[in-house]
Design a protein. Structure first.
Length: 201
């Protein structure tokens, strides 16, 4: 009797269409990576696509919205508040499990329901103060100048700029940076969008 294969979890697998996720070229048309340093540190000799990580949006948020004079200097938690915040945080930690139901060492998830109603209320107060202890946007001033809809767009854009995603790229694209990369990728997305629109008709 043949042994059952154990399921394998692939995180960020290569693209199914076998195309560079920046320029869209198929691996059949790509030049392979060379040895160490071509163009990355590491030996990828013979590889056609390499996984890297990119911000989900280019850093241009302040070119879209002028937020000069809209920033508030936050007040940090006092020593007592910080200790209280950490105690309440620890009380709601639950060990994180992987797909085999095994505990992942040092990793936890948070379950605020483990706190009493009073503790939950206090934790939310301290959490809000903690997050606004850093310089943060004055939402009222922003809304007055740009409107509530733009505020939502601002935070969404900010989230994208500070989040990364896997990107499988060829040796020509992986060395691109800043506008060069995002402009090239945007051209590909526009092309795909137009092709999908035609197929829809």
């Amino acid at each position: 009797m043949a042994k059952k294969k154990k399921p394998v979890l692939h995180i960020n697998p290569p693209p199914q269409d076998r195309k560079c996720e920046c320029c869209g070229e198929h691996i059949s048309k790509l030049k392979p990576f060379g040895k160490a340093g071509d163009p990355l540190v590491g030996d990828f000799n013979g590889s056609l696509l390499i996984k890297t990580f990119r911000a989900m949006a280019n850093q241009k948020i302040n070119e879209i919205w002028d937020t000069k004079g809209m920033w508030i200097k936050g007040k940090k938690l006092t020593k007592t508040e910080k200790k209280e915040y950490e105690i309440l945080g620890d009380k709601q930690k639950v060990p994180e499990l992987n797909w085999k139901k095994e505990i992942i060492e040092g990793c936890h998830t948070i379950n605020i329901k483990l706190l009493s109603k009073t503790e939950q209320k206090r934790f939310k107060v301290l959490e809000k103060k903690h997050y606004t202890s850093f310089n943060h946007l004055d939402e009222k001033k922003f809304i007055k100048k740009y409107g509530k809809k733009d505020l939502e767009s601002y935070f969404f854009r900010d989230q994208l700029e500070n989040s990364v995603e896997a990107s499988w790229e060829c040796r020509e694209c992986i060395i691109l940076d800043g506008d060069d990369f995002y402009n090239k990728r945007n051209e590909l997305w526009k092309k795909w969008s137009e092709e999908n629109a035609k197929k829809g008709k």
